[in-house]
Design a protein around this ligand. Structure first.
Ligand SMILES: Cc1cc2nc3c(=O)[nH]c(=O)nc-3n(C[C@H](O)[C@H](O)[C@H](O)COP(=O)(O)OP(=O)(O)OC[C@H]3O[C@@H](n4cnc5c(N)ncnc54)[C@H](O)[C@@H]3O)c2cc1C
Length: 431
């Protein structure tokens, strides 16, 4: 009997539960021989990639939310929403938010990140900037946006130093531009994009093919000014202090930007329950893993999603982290499921993730799609294209994922199917 526990019910955790359950079913009876339990700190799953749409009213929270217990229980997967307070890795136990302990044989950590708003004074939805990282933040941003539209003024969107997720910042800037033009008030809104990236389109990936030109062109076409190598130092109610650095990271200019509405992506850190587990994490609280997604110290603990530690792709004047995107997370999850089954059978782990990046940056009336395999250069394959079809593809991705979460379909074919749709039938690494 193996009890596999998954912490988190997001883009990593929910598919992990379905895939794990189906893989274990092939080698025993679920509920009798094997058990799968998901512990989240929320009753619901949210499709995070749609948050930028929620933040302009193109989606509401209900459309991208599902009740975890309802769908997981159909597949005989146990579900607890009390959260995990502590991982007692030496004892193979979790201390839960309800005060009880839960034993596990294998643990999959899929908690996503803690949003470290405290790293810049005045940042975050409790202070002076909005966030799209959680659906509740995105909802709050939408209500504020409606108020803003009654009395428009300058907008600042972007990311602070240390961020590892840039796509949503570009998306939100362009989506706001699209929505403001639809409302015919774009002429009343000076917009600025701020980013620690050394150039537009770096994305924490060292750029992907022509991403610099494509994204710069988008910003120019949309009349969005931009400041790169930019470190936001403090946010006030209607202004934002920043410094611009040179290639050595030395400050070469400083200034203040006015804002009536602002959204800044925060740096990510490990959530408390994970970050406090000695031996499991790096200094930023992310789970360290080997090529099999397995923690080197606690070999029965695996990590998938944003909580996994990966190094930056290259040195940059300001810290710029590497993103972890949906399809990559799917491939990490599949590798974990196979490796746990190998371990149960007494075999060595052998499955590795594809570690490629597929980014769909939707702008509402167009978008940019980027593909990089592997995501860390030098690469076997890069691909970048812009067009209206990106919006359609992103809607398709949302539909696919929401359906998958409701049906419990554990087929991890999205990555390959997506590449095939784009005419990329074989990865160079497979030739
Ligand atoms: C705004 C935004 C847009 C994005 N858009 C895209 C996109 O278009 N395409 C793409 O490929 N990637 C995108 N990403 C990147 C990535 O796909 C998402 O961040 C994704 O949600 C990460 O999945 P995850 O499972 O690691 O974390 P999450 O989906 O955030 O899930 C984490 C889960 O862990 C739970 N949890 C947290 N702490 C605890 C605890 N102590 N105990 C129990 N449970 C806990 C949470 O409640 C949640 O259920 C985007 C990211 C953001 C922030």
């Amino acid at each position: 009997m193996a009890h596999v526990v998954i912490i988190g019910a997001g883009i990593g955790g929910m598919p992990a539960a379905y895939e794990m359950r189906d893989a274990l079913k092939k080698i025993g009876k679920i509920g009798k021989d094997h058990e799968v339990t998901v512990v989240s700190n929320s009753d619901t799953f949210h499709f995070t990639p749609s948050n930028p749409w929620v933040a302009v009213g193109w989606r509401d929270k209900e459309q991208i939310t599902i009740d975890c217990a309802k769908y997981l229980k159909k597949k005989k997967i146990n579900f607890l929403s009390c959260g995990v307070d502590e991982i007692l890795a030496d004892e193979n136990k979790l201390r839960l938010g309800n005060g009880q302990n839960l034993d596990y044989d294998y643990l999959i950590v899929a908690t996503g990140p803690r949003l470290a708003f405290e790293l810049v004074e005045g940042m975050g939805p409790e202070a002076h900037t909005h966030s799209i990282c959680h659906v509740d933040h995105a909802e709050k941003a939408y209500h504020a946006f409606e108020e803003f539209c009654k009395n428009p003024g300058p907008i600042v969107v972007g990311a602070v130093a240390g961020v590892s997720c840039y796509g949503p910042a570009y998306e939100y800037a362009a989506i706001l531009d699209t929505e403001l033009r639809r409302r015919k008030i774009r002429d009343k809104v000076p917009m600025t994009f701020v980013t620690p990236e050394p150039y537009i389109g770096h994305l924490g990936l060292g750029g992907v093919e022509d991403s610099k030109a494509l994204l710069e062109s988008e910003l120019r076409k949309r009349d969005i000014k931009f400041i790169t190598n930019c470190k936001v130092t403090k946010v006030h109610e209607h202004t934002m202090d920043y410094e611009e650095v040179d290639r050595n990271g030395e400050t070469i200019a400083s200034g203040s930007l006015d804002h009536q509405f602002a959204m800044l992506m925060p740096p990510f850190r490990g959530v408390g329950a994970v970050a406090n587990c000695e031996g499991l994490v790096n200094p930023m609280g992310f789970v360290t893993i080997n090529e099999y997604q397995q923690n080197p110290t606690f070999k029965n603990i695996y990590g998938t999603g944003v909580i996994v530690a990966i190094p930056p792709v290259e040195a940059t004047p300001l810290p710029v982290g590497t993103p972890k995107t949906g399809f990559m997370i799917e491939s990490m999850t599949t590798a974990i499921v196979h490796n746990i089954v190998h371990d149960i059978k007494g075999e060595e782990p052998e499955e590795v993730g594809t570690w490629g990046a597929i980014c769909l940056a939707d702008f509402g009336d167009g978008g940019v799609a980027l593909v990089a395999y592997p995501q860390i250069p030098p690469r076997n394959m890069v691909w970048a294209k812009a067009g209206k079809w990106v919006h359609v593809a992103k809607v398709g991705f949302e539909k696919y994922f929401m359906r998958k979460m409701k049906t419990g379909n554990s087929e991890p074919f999205a990555e390959k199917a997506f590449l095939k749709r784009m005419g990329i039938t074989r990865l160079k690494s497979e030739e």
